[in-house]
Design a protein around this ligand. Structure first.
Ligand code: UT7
Length: 329
């Protein structure tokens, strides 16, 4: 038995922050942001809005589309590095909000790979025969950890997320393979230094702005291109496929230049690569599920298609997932 992505949904906050808005906040320009990243705008939350609010809207859409009752959800996995709180988990808040009375769940911290790692985890509970309906959400409220005085990071990220309900399907369909990696040696290159148990929140941690995300962009860029290209090529070879067999490549949206380089190295034509970074920026665990739901809404995926997902992010964490599409409409 395999697991398939049976239903998808996505959600973003309403408020748009354009590159022109950012020009008024930090020393940057629309021209620099567009040419170096591909981003034109991103969505950000209003004060008081958090990851569980976005996730609950995603979960409600998933229940509506699937006509599954909340009681039928067995497990809720939320991939996020910006939970509402350390505890309770975002998954527990979603469970409460949608009244999924028979579900258990947890948050999964794998940064930009949070959704792929979540799909892998959820799909194994389906494959084992233990569960029939697993909800996987990838969401981040990056504006909550962004330093709007640091132009290296604040222009890149946005808020939003998406998700899916996984259900059983026959072998050779659904999620057919994945290759996942982690290398903690990359940890310092993309990090929120304070606010955890190493440097608990204090007046000094706030004064030093060390509760915000820091990135060595150049180093992450180099690892991201190589990591995403290598793992994507590896999963294609392992499954006797080439880039031309892929109907749609849905990569993590961190930088258009990273996506173009990875797609080119895998021999995937430009028109088969989903790029929506111009609208959303980098929503961390949110990028792949947002892109996947957009692709379905725009009829870019048909039954039988091979879909390739690929991510790279903090940790470092990275991986690829191969899907043979089969969906209930
Ligand atoms: O999703 C998680 C994984 N994250 C990623 O995959 C992100 C990977 N990294 C990147 O996408 C890119 O490295 C960035 C978009 C973050 C930066 O692009 P870059 O081409 O690597 O720029 P850079 O850091 O080498 O900076 C080039 C120049 C510098 O000026 P000088 O030293 O050449 O005079 C920077 O000071 O651009 C300057 N710069 C900016 N200028 C205007 C850096 N940030 C900005 C900015 N606006 N926001």
């Amino acid at each position: 038995m395999n697991a398939k992505i049976a239903y998808t949904a996505h959600n973003t906050p309403k408020k748009i922050l354009s590159n022109f808005d950012l020009e008024k906040i930090v020393n940057t320009s629309d021209d620099w942001i567009q040419s170096r990243t591909g981003i034109k705008q991103r969505y950000i939350v209003e004060n008081g809005e958090a990851s569980s609010d976005i996730s609950t809207k995603i979960a409600e859409q998933l229940l509506m589309k699937s006509k599954i009752s909340a009681d039928e959800i067995d497990l809720i996995i939320v991939g996020t590095v910006t939970p509402d709180h350390y505890t309770p988990s975002t998954a527990a808040l979603v469970q409460k909000n949608i009244k999924a009375n028979n579900a258990w769940g947890f948050d999964l911290s794998a940064a930009c790979s949070g959704y792929i790692f979540g799909l892998e985890t959820g799909s194994n509970f389906i494959r084992s025969g233990q569960y029939k309906n697993v909800m996987v959400i990838g969401v981040d409220t990056m504006s909550s950890i962004l330093d709007f005085q640091d132009r290296d990071t604040c222009v890149i990220f946005g808020d939003g997320g998406g998700g899916a309900i996984l259900q059983p399907t026959k072998e050779r369909y659904g999620i057919i393979d994945s290759i996942l990696h982690m290398d903690g040696n990359g940890g310092d290159y993309l990090i929120v230094p304070a606010g955890g148990s190493r440097i608990p929140a204090s007046i000094d941690s706030v004064k030093n702005r060390s509760h915000f995300i820091k990135q060595d962009g150049k180093t992450v860029f180099k690892h991201a291109v190589k990591g995403m290209a290598d793992v994507s090529k590896k999963i294609l070879t392992k499954n006797n496929l080439s880039g031309s067999d892929i109907s749609l490549f849905i990569p993590h949206q961190a930088n258009k230049r990273i996506i173009d380089a990875a797609a080119q190295k895998c021999g995937i034509e430009e028109n088969k690569v989903l790029i929506n970074i111009e609208k959303y920026g980098n929503t961390t665990a949110g990028t792949i599920p947002i892109a996947m739901n957009e692709a379905i809404t725009e009829n870019r995926i048909k039954d039988g298609d091979y879909i390739l997902l690929s991510s790279f992010g903090a940790g470092f964490t990275w991986g690829s997932m191969l899907i043979r599409w089969e969906m209930k409409l």
